[in-house]
Design a protein around this ligand. Structure first.
Ligand code: DON
Length: 407
């Protein structure tokens, strides 16, 4: 539920006002005639955390068609269905550097990636279904699971796209001729047109993004929608290919996996943290929402969301080192033990003056204040324990909650 008086909401409201005051020229898409009816002034943002909090500002209950944003989520569904090897046999994972509707095939006849139209049409063909209806029903259910509510199709937009969709039919034909697509072209493109016409608001796409951010678990419903590896693979492709021929510039400036749609929506993901949805119909020269891009650029800068920022780490995992009489050294650890934290402990026990002193006969590793440990950290600590034993030292683990397992 949105929190109007919340400081996060206030920040989002301010970012929208800042971007609205700037000049970001754009044009509402009209190559699908029905899309040209969108209100060019509509502007909204929503953020959803992986813990299920949502925040929104602007026209966040205005519905728009999801368009190409759907491509990332249908890709996730087919990865879950068939596995990455079977899917990458039909559609690649290379950025094409080309426009969304380009004739974009690699030398093996695969579309370059699932986020340009050629690749998205092949992706849709991999959704099981004996007809366009069956295929679309499955897509609608899957994308609704990502959004955490039942999405419906704007049949007028779908019909408008079908009436003007010959370029997509041509791309599907080319994919069929190269063997990337094996299903009937008309069934596949009709399902694709309806998938693009699913109606969402910014909170829906923020929750969809948060589901990918949270390893595949929808923070609104708690449902596991896709396995963690699928969420990771989908985000990888969004990072390299999600913004078409501006994908490199986007990663450079904004640094978040993202996907745009010609309806004016963009979803962006801060992995492990947030899904963010923005909406503003006027598009820039490559078909990305002009104000949407500016909004996410501002957010990334102001809130440090760039993937390659230097991660801020919590304080040292070592809370205290006590040298006790009789040659005992007690090392108390705290917080979350990941590989980097465990590596600090390993370094300390290998080189620290307390543990390496000749007088030290016993090392007590007290993890009572450790909240959790990753598997890789536990493995490294097990190696630390083995090494201390090899040196003839006694090692005692104090782990009342069983957070790490170093036999
Ligand atoms: O294939 C099409 O033309 C549209 N239904 C989707 C294209 C789209 O959203 C491109 N994105 N910016």
């Amino acid at each position: 539920m949105p929190h109007p008086g919340n400081p996060v909401t206030r920040s989002l409201t301010r970012v929208l006002a800042d971007v609205r005051a700037q000049d970001h020229p754009g044009r509402v898409a009209d190559y699908i005639p029905e899309l040209s009816r969108a209100d060019p002034e509509a502007f909204a943002i929503s953020a959803a955390s992986v813990s299920g909090h949502t925040y929104a500002a602007g026209d966040s209950t205005t519905l728009f068609t999801i368009q190409s944003i759907s491509k990332a989520f249908v890709y996730a569904l087919v990865l879950s269905e068939h596995g990455a090897d079977a899917v990458t046999a039909r559609v690649g994972v290379e950025p094409s550097g080309e426009a969304f509707n380009a004739v974009s095939f690699d030398d093996r006849g695969r579309p370059h990636n699932p986020l340009v139209n050629a690749g998205a049409i092949v992706t849709t063909s991999l959704v099981p279904g004996a007809s366009a209806e069956e295929r679309f029903a499955r897509i609608r259910r899957g994308l609704s699971a990502f959004a955490g509510r039942d999405l419906d199709c704007d049949e007028t937009v779908a019909a408008s796209e079908s009436a003007t969709g010959d370029r997509n039919r041509a791309l599907a034909m080319l994919a069929r001729s190269s063997g990337a697509l094996t299903e009937p072209v008309d069934d596949v493109v009709e399902a694709y047109f309806r998938q693009c016409a699913l109606r969402v608001d910014t909170t829906d796409i923020a929750v969809m993004g948060a589901t990918l951010a949270g390893d595949g678990i929808n923070p609104r419903t708690g449902e596991r929608v896709v396995p963690p590896a699928v969420a990771r693979d989908t985000l990888s492709v969004m990072a390299s290919c999600g913004m078409y021929d501006r994908s490199g510039q986007w990663l450079f400036e904004v640094g978040m996996p993202a996907k745009s749609g010609v309806g004016g929506g963009i979803v962006a993901v801060a992995p492990g943290e947030y899904g963010i949805g923005v909406f503003s119909p006027p598009l820039d020269a490559v078909g990305n929402s002009a104000r949407g891009v500016a909004t996410l650029r501002t957010l990334s800068q102001e809130f440090g969301l760039h993937l390659f920022r230097h991660p801020e780490r919590p304080a040292s995992p070592v809370q205290a080192i006590d040298v006790e009489p009789g040659g005992t050294v007690v090392i108390r650890l705290r917080g979350m033990l990941d590989f980097v934290a465990a590596e600090q402990v390993a370094h300390l026990t290998a080189y620290g003056p307390e543990t390496t002193a000749d007088a030290t006969t016993r090392v007590v590793l007290d993890v009572s204040a450790v909240t959790a440990s990753t598997r890789v950290a536990a493995r490294l600590l097990a190696d630390v324990a083995a090494e201390l034993r090899l040196q003839g030292r006694d090692i005692v683990l104090v782990d009342p909650d069983g957070v790490i397992d170093i036999a």
